[in-house]
Design a protein around this ligand. Structure first.
Ligand code: PLP
Length: 363
């Protein structure tokens, strides 16, 4: 089937086949990769190679640490303010462009004093205003400015990033649903975090890329598992890491490098997304994408049918033809096609052909 789920999501077939082959006997060790010690030579090579491949993919500067953590991106909603604010009274700025950014904003209020710079809620998160228009609402003392780079539910993606006003302020981004989908200038962020289960692996691994000078001033109450310095000093091996997940992420990073790196991945993603948005916009209103064109996500394409009573039928018939998990998020309804890196162009072509056929059958 072609799996259009938002996450856990489809992974490259070649990666799954490789993992399957190595699952029982990892490279002649006689053990599954799930059975080897996280401090043994087999896993040491897995995690070091995964990290160096990710550094190569994103050109991560040397003064940044790459951490392989647990707890999902949701855990980072509290870890970020605990690490970047020295006390709960420290201010931090938030731009909220969808449900995930809103969750991060709300969770942060337990550990810092969050300031809502801008929210797209009144427009149902279908657009992002020009950052210059709300720059003056940033707090000059904010410790960081938080964004969600791609809102998975609403399909809204930053195409360029806002600039924190305070020179000490940092840009922090939740990149869970567009991580490794295109090149990113890591040096313009203080911290990037991403749950793995969309573009790079199974759920259970969370990547944090953090500038080293930000380590070591976590609030005293910070749990040891949320303290970035502890994990950086231990090279992500402070406790037992999610070994199997990290192994699969490593296979995905190698695959992305083999495909030519993130510029080539972006080209493929733009081709797929362009094809799908083109079909929606060319349907004379039969299908409608509510998101403003300039901020439409390359990864998550939400759309509705003008005749909403047909949506259930659309999703059921698509599933019968092998295109599964197209239901929109329960909070917004409609249809959502998540077309992450591992979704082949053939999957999008098949969906577009189905959409045209479905429209023709429902004049
Ligand atoms: N942020 C974004 C943009 C997401 O899409 C998700 C999950 O779908 C999360 C955060 C939460 O991630 P997790 O389930 O790994 O905690």
């Amino acid at each position: 089937v072609f799996n259009f789920a938002a996450g856990p999501a489809t992974l490259p077939e070649s990666v799954l086949l490789k993992a399957q082959a190595e699952l029982f006997d990892y490279r002649g060790s006689g053990m599954s990769i799930m059975e080897v010690s996280h401090r043994g030579k087999e896993f040491d090579s897995v995690i070091k190679t995964a990290e160096s491949d990710l550094r190569e993919l994103l050109s991560v500067p040397d003064d940044y640490s790459v951490l392989f953590l647990q707890g999902g991106a949701t855990t980072q909603f509290s870890a970020v303010p605990l690490n970047l604010c020295t006390s709960p009274s420290d201010p931090a700025d938030f731009i909220v462009t969808g449900s995930w950014g809103d969750k991060a904003f709300k969770e942060a209020s337990k550990y810092c004093s969050p300031n809502l710079v801008w929210s797209g809620k009144s427009e149902k998160y279908t657009d992002i205003a020009d950052p210059d228009s709300f720059a003056s609402r940033q707090n000059p003392d904010a410790k960081y400015l938080h964004i969600c780079a791609n809102e998975t539910i609403h399909g809204v993606e930053f195409k360029s990033y806002p600039i924190p006003k305070n020179k000490n302020s940092l840009l922090v981004a939740d990149m869970s649903s567009n991580f490794c989908s295109k090149p990113v200038d890591v040096s313009s962020f203080g911290l990037i975090y991403a749950g793995a289960q969309k573009n790079i692996g199974p759920s259970g691994v969370t990547i944090v890329i953090v500038r080293n000078d930000l380590l070591g001033s976590a609030q005293p109450s910070t749990p040891v598992m949320l303290d970035y310095k502890i994990h950086a000093d231990a090279a992500s091996l402070y406790n037992t890491p999610p070994c199997f997940g990290i192994y699969v992420c490593g296979l995905v990073f190698a695959d992305l490098l083999d495909q030519g790196g993130l510029a080539e991945i972006q080209r493929k993603n733009e081709e797929k997304a362009g094809f799908l948005y083109g079909a929606i916009d060319g349907s004379q209103g039969f299908y409608v994408c509510p998101v403003e064109r300039s901020v439409r996500s390359l990864m998550n394409v939400p759309f509705t049918l003008r005749r909403s009573e047909l949506e259930k039928k659309f999703i059921e018939e698509a599933a019968k033809e092998g295109m599964v998990q197209l239901k929109g998020h329960r909070s917004v309804g409609g249809v959502r096609a998540s077309i992450y890196n591992a979704m082949p162009l053939a999957g999008v072509e098949k969906l577009v052909a189905f959409m045209k056929d479905f429209q023709a059958r429902h004049p």
